[in-house]
Design a protein around this ligand. Structure first.
Ligand code: SF4
Length: 272
């Protein structure tokens, strides 16, 4: 691990956009806070995992599951180096620019270059990196039909559904229960779209974690002694465009990210 000698050295690692996603007003303020030990480097979502690991020691694979995930990610990156970017862009709804293949993830650019390096406007972590790579490498690129199905109805979804409810739908429901702004905030921050209520829900919002893998979140408010509920729905083509493990990762990852943002700043503050 390389220990930065002063705040300027940390500042030089940052992208200097002053985007405030870390909760500090400027990159310089964040660098100072990291140097003083009040903040940690991995709280800047713009930094790639390698830099965080090199300068803070965080992010290293610490257990066999992490090591396995990291090995899988490396394998996908190696395969991506041999990918025909033009063909993949056409198939996946992405584009090729400056030698990079870019697709929109939640409205933000996420790219890979010919060296297998991931470049993104959002935090690159395994829940988003592996599905992105799997999508561009193996996705069939079938256009969504608009027929929404629950996770358990996707191929291979039934066995994982109890865990999907626990990791994804339950934490998201708690957020929706506790914040009246939850849906407005995710629409604002992640280029979501409110659509006509589906399945008699009170709110239905569609997000695009990948261009051809939309997710619809439906929420039913508590009523007449009945508890509220929240479910995620996927286009029926989701399992053609992405393996089921990656679909799971996207749902669970979204839930984790919303929870983290809500706890850290409240959604509205984080977006400002
Ligand atoms: S999130 Fe990173 S890039 Fe954005 S202001 Fe904070 S330190 Fe700078």
């Amino acid at each position: 691990m390389t220990r930065p000698k002063n705040a300027m050295e940390i500042f030089n690692l940052l992208d200097k956009s002053n985007c405030r996603e870390c909760g500090e007003k400027t990159c310089l303020a964040f660098a100072g806070a990291v140097f003083q030990g009040r903040r940690s480097l991995d709280e800047c979502p713009k930094l790639d995992a390698d830099t965080v690991q090199r300068y803070s020691g965080k992010g290293k694979a610490e257990n066999p599951a992490d090591a396995e995930r990291e090995a899988y990610l490396q394998k996908l990156k190696e395969e991506a180096k041999r990918l025909d970017f033009a063909e993949a862009a056409e198939r996946t709804g992405g584009q090729v620019q400056n030698g990079r293949l870019t697709v929109k993830i939640l409205g933000k650019d996420f790219s890979i270059d010919k060296n297998g390096k991931l470049i993104a406007d959002i935090h690159v972590n395994p829940w988003v990196a592996a599905p992105f790579l799997s999508y561009v490498l193996y996705g069939k690129g079938i256009p969504p039909t608009g027929n929404w199905v629950p996770f358990r109805e996707l191929s291979g979804g039934k066995e994982r559904d109890p865990l999907f409810q626990k990791r994804c739908e339950e934490p998201m429901k708690q957020l929706a229960d506790s914040s009246t702004d939850f849906f407005d905030d995710i629409i604002h921050m992640f280029s979501g779209k409110q659509v006509a209520e589906q399945f008699e829900s009170d709110v239905s919002v569609v997000l695009h974690p990948l261009p051809k893998v939309p997710i619809m979140i439906c929420y039913w408010k508590p009523e007449d002694g009945l508890e509220s509920s929240l479910n995620l729905f996927f286009d029926e083509t989701a399992d053609d465009n992405l393996d089921i493990g990656s679909v799971f990762s996207l749902g669970a990852g979204l839930s984790m990210m919303f929870t983290k943002l809500a706890h850290r700043h409240g959604f509205v503050d984080a977006a400002s």
